[in-house]
Design a protein around this ligand. Structure first.
Ligand code: MRU
Length: 372
């Protein structure tokens, strides 16, 4: 289906020779309360699998802001560990000074990226840990914060597996799924959300192929999804974002599955910029459009998607993608990192608790209120 391109490189240019082997965890906590958050630096993929160790809150904030770790659930888990590394310097302070430090650290992490609600959800859980232990020593609170971060990580893994199980029922052997951005293992502590569905269907013995949108401007589809699926032995074909309409019209796609950064109470869903376009295309071509997300991605405090804060990123991501100038000097740029897909374009939302279909506020509230 694809043609390999020949490329010529300037003599000093470093070429990426092919997919590197990934044995490196996306994120892991090393050691005990004096340990570190080790992150696979996703900005280097697919050419290099290199980790960085975060021992300060500033390092964690930088890693989230620069997309070294990205994807809503992975951001949430990282922030939870970020609280632990951030409050340690107040371990021997008195409790009120410790609580002040905790507030500052939570504020720093909350300022890293605005759209993925999992970040604020994880920070809220950490805040509540300290509130539940008003008379405990700072050392004991730090230990409890680490326990909570580990629980958030472990729960995320379980949620991914359950999303995969529920979503796999929607796919038939022979289907080709189009996905946008990366909502896979690289974006979570487990197997991902959208990609977990594909992994689970393949594990069930179904033959599933994937079209991965390149996902401009930061190429999460090309750099991350195409890499991750290849590593896992799933057949993936990379396309430019502008080719999605054509592959749909050619009947090469039977379903679209994407992840989410925040889902409002009515089902409007913020996800990587370009998702809304894909949803419109799916509607035009009569293809089901699924969102896969854990309950931690829902924000029932927002009645609709217009209230979701959308991150705007630097113009250079568009004008100087990956180090090379591709636009005229000084040109005006608009670079929202996410868009909102209206609920009416979403066929179903796949959660760890089950499938929400049709996507209505009542169905969302009922599913989230259900035990499991
Ligand atoms: O800017 P990113 O790479 O963090 O954007 C990620 C996405 O949009 C994902 O689709 C979303 O976070 C879901 S990840 C399971």
């Amino acid at each position: 289906m694809s043609t390999k391109s020949e490329s010529s490189a300037a003599p000093n240019e470093v070429l990426c020779g092919g997919l590197v082997d990934s044995k490196t965890p996306v994120l892991e906590w090393i050691g005990e309360t004096d340990g570190a958050l080790r992150l696979l630096d996703q900005t280097l993929l697919p050419c290099e699998t290199k980790s960085l160790e975060c021992r300060s809150v500033e390092q964690v904030v930088e890693a989230i802001r620069s997309l070294r770790v990205r994807g809503a659930p992975a951001i949430g888990v990282s922030a939870a560990y970020g609280v632990v590394v951030g409050v340690r310097e107040a371990a021997s302070a008195d409790r009120s000074k410790f609580d002040e430090r905790l507030s500052v650290v939570i504020q720093q992490l909350a300022g890293s990226r605005p759209t993925a609600v999992n970040l604020f959800w994880a920070l809220d859980r950490q805040r509540k840990v300290a509130e539940r232990l008003p008379t405990a020593s700072p050392q004991d609170v730090i230990a409890a914060l680490l326990t909570e971060a580990r629980a958030i990580e472990a729960e995320d893994r379980v949620m991914c597996a359950a999303i995969g199980r529920h979503g796999a029922e929607l796919l038939t052997t022979g289907d080709t799924v189009l996905t946008h951005c990366n909502a896979g293992a690289l974006a979570t502590a487990g197997d991902g959300t959208a990609l977990a569905v594909i992994y689970a269907a393949v594990a069930d013995g179904k033959q599933i192929r994937v079209f991965a949108d390149e996902t401009r401007p930061l190429l999460q589809g090309a750099r991350l999804t195409a890499w991750e699926l290849s590593q896992r032995g799933v057949h993936v074909t990379l396309i430019c974002d502008s080719m999605a309409a054509t592959v749909m019209r050619q009947r090469k796609v039977q379903a679209v599955i994407v992840g989410a950064d925040r889902i409002a109470a009515n089902g409007d869903t913020a996800n990587k910029i370009g998702t809304y376009s894909v949803a419109c295309l799916a509607k035009t071509h009569g293809i089901p459009f699924y969102v896969a997300a854990p309950s931690s991605t829902f924000d029932l405090s927002l009645s609709n998607g217009e209230q979701i804060p959308i991150e705007e990123r630097s113009a250079t991501e568009i004008t100087h993608g990956f180090g090379r100038q591709t636009a005229p000097e000084g040109i005006d740029v608009y670079n929202p990192a996410f868009d909102v897909t209206p609920a009416e374009l979403i066929t179903a939302i796949i959660t760890e608790r089950g499938i929400i279909r049709p996507v209505t506020e009542a169905a969302i509230r009922a599913m989230l209120a259900s035990g499991s």
